[in-house]
Structures are given as structure tokens and as C-alpha cells.
Ligand binder design. Structure first.
Ligand code: PAN
Ligand code: ZN
Length: 192
């Protein structure tokens, strides 16, 4: 048996990154431009194509028994009045859960499930110290509503895998926009 050796990773609060970096994945606006509601704002921002978020995956075998883990960082900012967010996904093995532990910043965790026909939606607050449980069968997306980066640790089963197609095509049922200076959840008029 190949014995996998214990390893440490660190969150570097000063430089807002994981050390060692592991696998770094960055998502700019152009990677998800159609997901935002205000396409005029998108067009304008695309001239600079800002980075919306990045995540650092610790290199762990994608196998049952292991626990994948990563640190995600969503930059503060908005596209029109909609806050910066991740693309969001289901796990490929839908019956796998995930834990998010927020280490910096504030935001929201959106979840939706269509397991029994009726679409269901839930949202949880994220702030430094919040420990959020994403149960099996819930798609999940995170959103930065604050002025500083939103950073959180995600831990999930090794075999979980990721599926983006569903959310890419249908979107999330709800959007998080700034209204009268406050984060406000509204229906997504483009949800299919
Ligand atoms: C997280 C996410 C990460 C980036 O590690 O993968 O925050 O979001 P997207 O994958 O939606 O681009 C996780 O939930 N992993 O399972
Ligand atoms: Zn996940």
C-alpha cells in the first residue's frame, strides 16, 4: 500500500494565500461573465477582466477515504449591484457533503437542491469563525458581501468530484444584490 504522508498547509493572512500554494485555480470575470445579471456592467468591467476569486487545492488523491481540502478567496467587489461570487457546483457524487470554515471576511453561502422535483433554496451567513455544513445533494455557491477578501477552508470527501454544467446552464434560483446599502436576496429572473 502507498502510505500517504501527513502534511500541513498554512493560510498567510498578510499575503492572502495558502502556503505552500498547491494547485492554484483563478477565476476572472470572463470565466463566468454570463452568470451576472447586469450585462452592461459586465461589458464595462471586462475591459479589465478582474479576478473574482481563486482557490488553492492541497494535492490529495481523489479517492474514497481521503479528505480533499482547499482555501478559497473571493475578492471584494460587485458586478453592477451583484456581489462577487463563485460559479457554484454540485458534487459529481451527489451524496457527498462539505464543510466550510470561514477564516476572514464576510459573505453568504447559497445552496439549492432539486432532488425531489421541487427546487429548494437555503442561505447561510459566513463570517470569521462560522462553520457551515453543506449537506449531500445541495449545490453551493459563496458570495463576498464585505470590504475585505472572503477566505474559507473547504473540506470534502476525496471522491466527491465537481459538476458545473447544471449551474452554468440554469443558474441559481436567487441572487444577492446590494439594495439600499444592504445585501439583499432576490429571485433570479433568469433561473431556468
Ligand atoms: C470549494 C469550491 C471553491 C470554488 O472548494 O470549489 O470555493 O468554487 P467553484 O468550485 O464553484 O468555482 C468546494 O466547494 N469544493 O468542493
Ligand atoms: Zn463543493
Amino acid at each position: 500500500m502507498d502510505l500517504f504522508k501527513p502534511i500541513n498547509s498554512y493560510y498567510d493572512f498578510e499575503n492572502i494565500k495558502m502556503v505552500p500554494e498547491g494547485e492554484l485555480i483563478t477565476r476572472n470575470l470572463s470565466d463566468m461573465d454570463w452568470m451576472y445579471q447586469d450585462q452592461e456592467a459586465v461589458k464595462e468591467l471586462l475591459k479589465k477582466d478582474p479576478q473574482i476569486y481563486r482557490y488553492y487545492n492541497v494535492d490529495i488523491p481523489e479517492e474514497e477515504g481521503h479528505l480533499q481540502h482547499c482555501i478559497s478567496i473571493i475578492n471584494p467587489g460587485k458586478v453592477g449591484n451583484e456581489y462577487n461570487m463563485t460559479k457554484g457546483h454540485f458534487h459529481e457524487i451527489k451524496g457527498t457533503a462539505e464543510i466550510y470554515y470561514t477564516i476572514q471576511g464576510e459573505g453568504m453561502l447559497f445552496m439549492q437542491s432539486v432532488t425531489d422535483g421541487e427546487p429548494e433554496f437555503e442561505a447561510l451567513e459566513m463570517k470569521k469563525g462560522s462553520l457551515s455544513y453543506v449537506p449531500p445533494h445541495w449545490a453551493h455557491r459563496t458570495i463576498n458581501t464585505g470590504e475585505e477578501p472572503l477566505a474559507f477552508i473547504g473540506i470534502y470527501p476525496g471522491e466527491a468530484g465537481h459538476v458545473y454544467g447544471d449551474i452554468e446552464e440554469k443558474g441559481f434560483m436567487k441572487l444577492l444584490i446590494e439594495k439600499d446599502g444592504e445585501p439583499t436576496i432576490i429571485d433570479n429572473p433568469n433561473y431556468k
